[in-house]
Ligand binder design. Structure first.
Ligand SMILES: [Zn+2]
Length: 204
């Protein structure tokens, strides 16, 4: 893929066929798109755009590990669709996201970019409300039992969040342990309502 291809051609985020600038995905993928669904994590509702399988799993992994940052706009559109369907009518004071440990300026936060795009759509400010206080191992490299322990007490809130309604953004939820710990941390800091949204989630 060359630079003019990236800048001037829009491709379906799932099958990569060329689409028009007014489309989000190609017709054949559009026809097979499943409905957004909800899961419960840490006593909160999490809106999920797609199941973590097939082309949806491939798309988010390409975004996260394959350098395809430019599809963030398309991915966030589907997440906004899930918000409308699952969380419709709720209002949020802030949009936030799952943080990295000691983020460097050059280090790209995948969830942060999605959160900023969603924040614009919802007209709710995006804030870094969570701090990762412990350097943890990568969740996807651990066993299920290890994942829960790995993120326990790994986050703290950036300040008093008394009475705040917060939308927490992440890219993928598999076990939900990371989101659960973040939700717990936000509520412990006083947040009155926390909801989450992800691009892909395991249906459990
Ligand atoms: Zn397609």
């Amino acid at each position: 893929m060359n630079i003019s291809d990236i800048l001037f051609t829009r491709r379906c985020p799932f099958c990569e066929s060329v689409i028009s600038l007014s489309e989000t995905e190609c017709k054949s993928c559009r026809d097979g798109l499943p409905e957004p669904f909800r899961i419960n994590i840490g006593g909160s509702v999490c809106a999920c755009a797609f199941p973590y399988e097939g082309d949806f799993r491939a798309a988010i992994l390409k975004y996260k590990f394959g350098g395809r940052h430019f599809i963030a706009g398309a991915l966030s559109e589907y997440m906004c669709g899930a918000i409308d369907k699952i969380l419709g009518g709720r209002e949020f004071d802030f949009v936030t996201y799952v943080p990295q440990y000691r983020p460097k300026k050059y280090k790209f936060n995948h969830s942060g970019l999605l959160a900023r795009k969603i924040s614009k759509r919802l007209s709710a400010p995006c804030r870094e409300l969570l701090i990762k206080t412990v350097k943890t191992a990568k969740q996807h490299e651990l066993s299920l039992a290890q994942r829960k322990i790995n993120v326990k007490n790994a986050f703290s809130a950036a300040g008093d969040l008394s009475g705040k309604r917060i939308l927490l953004v992440d890219d993928i939820a598999t076990t939900g342990y990371t989101l659960s710990e973040c939700i717990y941390t936000l509520k412990r800091a006083g947040a009155s309502d926390v909801c989450a949204v992800v691009f892909c989630a395991s249906r459990g």
